[in-house]
Design a protein around this ligand. Structure first.
Ligand code: HEC
Length: 238
C-alpha cells in the first residue's frame, strides 16, 4: 500500500515538473462560464492572431452559438477577412508563405492550450521583449528565439530586458514604451484570449459544464424522492 502511495506521489510530482518545464512567469486566470470574457478573447483572436494562425477544427458559427454571439455581429466582424459565418476558422495565410516570411510556419492553434497549458500561453503572450538581434526585433522569455513578432505591441507596448549585474541573465522585463493598455488591462486581455484558446481546445467543456449541473440537480432530486419513498415504506413497518 505504502509503495502504491509513493508511486502515486512520484507520478504526480513528475507530472507537475513536466508541465512546468522551466519557470513560467504568469498564471492564467480565466473562467469558462464567463461568456463576456470568452467573447472578448474571440475578438482578440480574430483580430490579432488569425492573420497567421487558424483554428481549423472550429467554425465561426459554432463559436457564435457556444459563446452567445449574435450571428449578425460575427458576420460584421468577419467582413474584413472575406469569410462566411459557416466557414472553418482557417487562416488566410498559406503555410508555405508563413515559412518563407518567418522561417517557421505559424501552427494551427486549435489545441494549443492542451499542448502548452494555459499558464504557458499567458506567460508567452506577456513576455515579448525588444531584442535587436532577432529578425522580428523581439525575443520572448517563455519561447526563446521565437519566430513570431509581438503582434499585440499596440496594446501592451514594448518591453525591454533588465539584465543582472554581470550582464549574463535577464532578471525581468520593464516597459520601454507604453501601449494603449496599462499592465493590468493587458493582463486581463491576455486572460480573455487564453480562456478562448482553452475553449477552442475543448469546446465540449462548455457543454459539459451545463450537463454537470443538470446531473447534480437530478441526483439531488432523486435522493430526495428516494428518501420520501423510504419514509413511506418504513411507516408501515414501525
Ligand atoms: C504575423 C504572423 C503571426 C501572428 C499575427 C500571430 N502569430 Fe503566433 N506564431 C507565428 C509564427 C511564425 C510562429 C512560429 C514560431 C516558431 O516556431 O518560432 C508562431 C507561434 C505561436 C505559438 C507557439 C506555438 C508552439 O510552437 O507551441 C503560439 C502559442 C502563438 N503563436 C500564438 C499566437 C496568438 C495567440 C496570436 C494572436 C494574439 C498570434 N500567435 C499571432 C506568427 C504569428
Amino acid at each position: 500500500m505504502k509503495r502504491l502511495i509513493l508511486g502515486f506521489l512520484l507520478l504526480f510530482s513528475a507530472g507537475a515538473l513536466a508541465s512546468e518545464g522551466g519557470e513560467l512567469m504568469f498564471h492564467a486566470e480565466y473562467d469558462l462560464h464567463d461568456k463576456a470574457s470568452l467573447q472578448r478573447g474571440a475578438r482578440l483572436f480574430v483580430n490579432y492572431c488569425m492573420g497567421c494562425h487558424g483554428a481549423k477544427v472550429m467554425r465561426f458559427s459554432h463559436v457564435a452559438r457556444d459563446l452567445g454571439i449574435p450571428e449578425k455581429v460575427v458576420v460584421k466582424n468577419l467582413n474584413f477577412t472575406g469569410k462566411k459565418v459557416g466557414d472553418l476558422m482557417i487562416t488566410s495565410m498559406r503555410p508555405e508563405d508563413g515559412k518563407t516570411w518567418f522561417g517557421a510556419p505559424p501552427p494551427d492553434l486549435s489545441v494549443i492550450a492542451r499542448a502548452r497549458g494555459a499558464d504557458w500561453l499567458a506567460s508567452y503572450l506577456r513576455t515579448f521583449y525588444l531584442d535587436p538581434k532577432r529578425p522580428t526585433g523581439v525575443n520572448n522569455l517563455t519561447f526563446k528565439d521565437v519566430a513570431m513578432p509581438h503582434v499585440m505591441w499596440e496594446l501592451q507596448g514594448w518591453q525591454r530586458a533588465v539584465y543582472s549585474e554581470d550582464g549574463k541573465h535577464i532578471e525581468g522585463l520593464e516597459l520601454a514604451r507604453p501601449g494603449k493598455m496599462d499592465e493590468e488591462e493587458y493582463a486581463a486581455a491576455v486572460n480573455d484570449l487564453v480562456g478562448f484558446l482553452v475553449y477552442l481546445g475543448e469546446p465540449a467543456k462548455l457543454v459539459r459544464f451545463s450537463m454537470g449541473w443538470k446531473v447534480l440537480l437530478f441526483l439531488v432530486l432523486f435522493t430526495w424522492v428516494a428518501w420520501l419513498l423510504k419514509k413511506e415504506y418504513w411507516r408501515d413497518v414501525h
